[in-house]
Every structure is written in structure tokens, then in C-alpha cells.
Design a protein. Structure first.
Length: 109
């Protein structure tokens, strides 16, 4: 199992429990399936960017928190510094997420 996905899944699970939500309730609020929530929490399947956003809204955290484990509220310069500190595998996953997100918003515009 990929460590990046496992850690993100652990953050989703932990925050969902902090809010007292079941997987079913979280899925309903996010407009997703229980299977999507379960797979994400177990870190066995990468989430589409729009689903990361949906889950973060339900869990009342930023997508940065789900992806990186920290709340990011500073400039893009700081973001590039953080990206530079990621492992190659984490940068690869982040690149995939960003590319999918851009492709997704390009279709809807």
C-alpha cells in the first residue's frame, strides 16, 4: 500500500471520527459512495481531485490538510518550498492530482 495514500486515508478517518460521522453519512454529505470513502480511508485507491475537495468540505478541513497533513494559508512561494521537500513519490502523486484537477476544470469551463 502506498504510504502517501495510507497517511491521507488516516487523516480522513481520524477527522471523520472527530466529527462523529459514519462513513455512510460522510459519503452522503459529499455526494460519494461509501465504497469511495472506505477505499480512501484504507489508502487503497487515489481520490480524484474533485472528490478530495468534496471530502475536505464535509470534514471541514482544507484539501491541503488531507493531502499534506498541514493547513496551508501562505503564499505560493511557501507552497513551492513545501513541494520541494516532498519525496519523489509524493511529488509524483501531487502532480497526478493537479493534472487531473486541471483537466477536470477545463472540461467544465
Amino acid at each position: 500500500m502506498d504510504d502517501f495514500l495510507r497517511k491521507m486515508g488516516a487523516r480522513i478517518l481520524s477527522r471523520r471520527k472527530e466529527l462523529g460521522l459514519t462513513q455512510e453519512k460522510a459519503a452522503e454529505k459529499a455526494g460519494l459512495t461509501v465504497q469511495t470513502i472506505s477505499s480512501a480511508e484504507r489508502g487503497i485507491k487515489a481520490l480524484r481531485p474533485e472528490n478530495i475537495v468534496r471530502i475536505s468540505e464535509v470534514l471541514q478541513v482544507t484539501p491541503d490538510y488531507l493531502l499534506l497533513g498541514t493547513e496551508v494559508h501562505d503564499s505560493l512561494g511557501s507552497l513551492s518550498d513545501r513541494i520541494a521537500r516532498l519525496t519523489p513519490q509524493q511529488r509524483y502523486h501531487l502532480k497526478q492530482i493537479v493534472e487531473n484537477y486541471i483537466a477536470g476544470i477545463s472540461i467544465t469551463e
